[in-house]
Write a protein that binds this ligand. Sequence first.
Ligand SMILES: Nc1nc2c(c(=O)[nH]1)N[C@H]1C(S)=C(S)[C@@H](COP(=O)(O)OP(=O)(O)OC[C@H]3O[C@@H](n4cnc5c(=O)[nH]c(N)nc54)[C@H](O)[C@@H]3O)O[C@H]1N2
Ligand SMILES: Nc1nc2c(c(=O)[nH]1)N[C@H]1C(S)=C(S)[C@@H](COP(=O)(O)OP(=O)(O)OC[C@H]3O[C@@H](n4cnc5c(=O)[nH]c(N)nc54)[C@H](O)[C@@H]3O)O[C@H]1N2
Ligand code: SF4
Ligand SMILES: [Mo]
Length: 723
Amino acid sequence: MTDLVPTTCMRCAVGCGHVQQAPDRGYGLGSVRGDPSHPVNRGLACQRGVSETADPDGEWLTRPLVRKGGELVPTTIESALERAAEGLGTALEDSGSDSVAVLGSGQQTNEAAYALGKLARGGFGTRYYDANTTLCMASAVTAYYDAFGSDAPPPTYDDIPEAETHVVWGANPSAAHPVMFRWIRQSADDDDSELIVVDPVHSETAEVADHHVPLEPGGDLALARAVLARVIETDRVDEAFVDEATVGFDELRDDLPDAAEAAEMAGVSMADVDHLTDALEDPTLLYWGMGINQSVNGTAAAGALIDLCLATGNLRPGSGPFSLTGQANSMGTRVCSSKGSWPGHRPFADPDHRRAVAETWDVPVSRFPDDPGPGPVGIVDAIGDDVEAVYAVATNPVAGMPDTTRVREKLEHAFLVVQDAFRSETVEYADVVLPAATWGESEGTTTNMERTVSRVRAATETPSGVRTDLALIGDLADRIVPDLFDETPEPESVFDEFAALTAGTPADLSGISYDRLEAERAVRWPAPAPDVSAGYRYYEAGDAGDERTTTDDAPADESWSFYTESGRARFSTGEARALPEPTDESYPFTLTTARRPDAYNTGVRTREDEPPTARVSPATAAAIADDLEAPADGHMSDEADEGDEGRQYGRVVSRRASVTVCVETDDAIPDGVVWLPIHHPDVNDLTLPDVDPRSNEPNFKQCAVRLEPPREQDVRAVAEASA
Ligand SMILES: Nc1nc2c(c(=O)[nH]1)N[C@H]1C(S)=C(S)[C@@H](COP(=O)(O)OP(=O)(O)OC[C@H]3O[C@@H](n4cnc5c(=O)[nH]c(N)nc54)[C@H](O)[C@@H]3O)O[C@H]1N2
Ligand SMILES: Nc1nc2c(c(=O)[nH]1)N[C@H]1C(S)=C(S)[C@@H](COP(=O)(O)OP(=O)(O)OC[C@H]3O[C@@H](n4cnc5c(=O)[nH]c(N)nc54)[C@H](O)[C@@H]3O)O[C@H]1N2
Ligand code: SF4
Ligand SMILES: [Mo]
């Protein structure tokens, strides 16, 4: 029997501790289960986290590949690295720092993310560096900076049992964050506790909620303002907290819309507005996800949710704004990847911080770009203009970015190095493919959504052409910018380097070491000393304890301090923008895209059946009935499952593309909405590249589409594939 190795699940940002075991023979993992001694999950785990860790679908990359005569052919790791270094190096030499773009990911260890940032900013000096985390959490991050002068949610998992109201707004944790959702449900099951879901779709989470508030897609900012207006009208403002700990309330109040008008814009009844208003009076955790962030109004809407917490004094233990981070190490990339800020959330433009980072890296500060860049969509736009070569690590932009036809066209014309564990759609556009080890095969750390750092550990070996992300980044750096790293960067020394860089910053990890993680399993930042780990942020309880049953019922000697200039939290001022692509006569439906419980992101590890299944309401289905078709030879039901009885096919058409889909009728979907999972590589052909100008996050959640009959050849292909 092989050893049980403790590690952390890298599927979602709940960050459950696992124990894993290598198989007796060969590669991969023999078994995986929840780690009873891990402080985050105490042995809990979700079935998908376990099965996708132990035995993912998808085609593993086991050998390096290079493009020869148009084809990707196997080669040695040395010659792949040479070719990659030559392509990236030539661009840098001929055309300067900004000719190379780097795309990172929230699915790397802290060590790899830090090293990639060091190479991109300190080695190449490019402004065209970003990560898929901007497609995901950027709006929440920007809103946290606006409100608190610092990133990351104030609450932790410890607050979940203490809260009485749980508002889940634009998120579906039943599918996306299963173990955390268990805690939320448990807490909401207490007497006097409640779970409220705000979502246009009657999601899996709404299904088990006490109350579902359906709203128009994109109606979030208007609804949040309507609720705030009612909080004020009904005297539920926590005046003492607002006076003592915040700025900007009066300006916001003067600017608020009429509650009834705003509610109507959001498509929500006043009864539902008042339900939310009442519920906020109890200690409330307000969780949100992609339904809020992925919008041209993402920062404004996230800010408006934080405002609701501030106005009602829900900024104490057992309450507060809690964005649900998606990828396992999105939070880590926010702290250490030098993407939007330098390690430890050091402000990007601050000359002192730039100097300190450059000194640690031993590079000239003049090499650093002046600004952090235009975001992933802007980077793709710059290909063929400033950008000649792209290095993509642990991300699949050909499927994950909006308007992917454009992404593919652009990548065709760039020298592309792809570093991935699986054969993704982006691999097909690569000039060089570097096969990376993934979790279960790498050493390092990850940081979950409540700021807890935990070890990721290898339990198994990899084939000889496969290396860890950190090793590959080091290998490339060696050939392009020698001396940036030690000859072979070791995870522990890389961790120590970046932890030291965070000393004295708001995201201080300097008290965390591998030894400490070995002893304690997991440590939450800020952790400025070896015996310190953080709990609720920005808050000091005094001695009166923290027992309370309403937000009025708080200890007298509590206090707050924030990283803003005034030391107080700031109410937001975000203005509402119109949806970038409202429905009209030609495109009468709103396409929304979201997650299913049984698949992950672009589906690289959880391959989809063809074609993707679009869900529509019965009324929408009736309206488009004439445009749908059963497959060529009658139904597929002869061959396929019973559930396929009566399956119909159609084509979802947006201004950018058309995609053949299977259409399913589902009461959960509101009229006029077409729902598609994000897990199929065709889906983002349909979406539009508009972004929130504050956060650069794309408006993935709404665009205008119509349904057309499927093309005959598509129907035939589907029937053949399933035969
Ligand atoms: N099973 C599974 N789990 C995952 C992932 C996965 O792919 N599969 N991915 C991980 C990642 S990277 C992330 S970011 C998280 C994401 O986790 P979530 O944020 O929960 O993700 P989504 O399913 O994209 O969207 C959440 C909800 O937003 C709703 N929504 C759509 N439009 C609107 C709107 O206009 N307003 C409001 N209020 N809601 C709207 C959708 O109906 C959906 O129920 O999940 C993580 N966990
Ligand atoms: N329409 C629509 N589009 C969306 C979204 C949406 O809600 N709607 N959500 C957005 C969100 S929230 C996200 S996070 C993005 C994700 O967008 P992408 O990053 O484009 O998609 P993923 O499928 O997460 O791709 C991750 C890649 O990393 C690889 N990988 C996994 N582990 C490792 C590793 O350890 N090392 C290396 N080198 N590779 C590894 C996987 O094989 C996979 O190819 O999608 C975004 N796109
Ligand atoms: S909840 Fe998330 S971190 Fe926990 S086991 Fe499931 S996928 Fe992994
Ligand atoms: Mo995400």
